[in-house]
Design a protein around this ligand. Structure first.
Ligand code: GDP
Length: 197
C-alpha cells in the first residue's frame, strides 16, 4: 500500500466521543516506550504525527488518524509503566478494554513487543486477554536495529513459544525498525489486503 495521506483526526479520553465506526480501523498498543509512536510515524512516513515522548505513560488518550481517506489508524495508550499508579492502571483497563471489546470497525490489534527483551509477563497477559475476548491480533517486534538478527529471531521464538502455552496457533508477526523501516511494507500490505476483502 502506498501512503498518500495521513492526518490526525482526534484525541479522546472517553469512548463515547470516538469517530463514527464507518471505516476499517487498526489499533496499535504496547508497553510504554516500546516504540509505538516511532513505528506509527515510520509506517505513515510522517515525522511527529504520533508524538514520541521521553516521559512514557503520561497520556491516556485514544488517538485517531485518517490514512488515505479510507482507513483509520488508532494509537492506544501504552500499558505497564512502572510509575503509573494502581488507580490509573484500573482506569486504563476500563477505558481500553471497553474500546477494544466494543469497537465494531476494529479489524486487527497490533501488539508491539520490544524485540530486545525476553518474553514479558505483561505482554503475554495482554495477548491472552485479547484471545479470551476473541479479538484478532498480530505481533510487531520493535527496535530490531538495536541488536543482531540472530538475537531478534531468538527473542521472537521465545515469545511465540510462550504464547503456544496459551494458544493453539500463534498469530503472524513482523520484525520492525523505525530506523531502517524494516517491516513497513509487510504491515501496510497486510492492512491493504484486509481493507480490500
Ligand atoms: P512509545 O512510548 O511506545 O511511543 O515509544 P517511542 O516511539 O516514543 O520510542 C521510545 C524510544 O525508543 C525513543 O527514544 C525512540 O527514539 C526509540 N525508538 C523507537 N523505535 C526505535 C527503533 O526502531 N530503533 C531505535 N534504534 N530506536 C527506537
Amino acid at each position: 500500500m502506498i501512503i498518500k495521506s495521513a492526518e490526525f483526526q482526534c484525541s479522546n479520553t472517553r469512548t463515547d466521543k470516538l469517530p463514527p465506526p464507518e471505516l476499517p480501523e487498526y489499533a496499535f498498543i504496547g508497553r510504554s516506550n516500546v516504540g509505538k509512536s516511532s513505528l506509527i510515524n515510520m509506517l505513515v512516513q510522517k515525522k511527529g504525527l504520533a508524538k514520541t515522548s521521553q516521559t512514557p505513560g503520561k497520556t491516556q488518550l485514544i488517538n485517531h488518524f485518517l490514512i488515505n481517506e479510507n482507513w483509520q489508524l488508532v494509537d492506544l495508550p501504552g500499558y505497564g509503566y512502572a510509575k503509573t499508579s494502581k488507580s490509573n492502571r484500573g482506569e486504563w483497563q476500563k477505558f481500553i478494554s471497553f474500546y477494544l471489546r466494543n469497537r465494531e470497525n476494529l479489524q486487527c490489534v497490533f501488539v508491539l513487543i520490544d524485540s530486545r527483551l525476553d518474553p514479558q509477563k505483561i505482554d503475554i497477559e495482554f495477548c491472552s486477554w485479547l484471545g479470551e475476548n476473541g479479538l484478532p491480533f498480530q505481533l510487531i517486534f520493535t527496535k530490531a536495529d538495536k541488536q543482531s538478527h540472530v538475537k531478534s529471531d531468538q527473542n521472537v521464538a521465545k515469545f511465540r513459544k510462550s504464547l503456544l502455552e496459551i494458544f493453539e496457533e500463534v498469530p503472524m508477526h513482523y520484525i520492525t525498525s523505525a530506523e531502517t523501516q524494516q517491516g513497513r511494507d509487510e504491515i501496510l500490505n497486510f492492512i491493504g489486503d484486509l481493507n480490500k476483502s
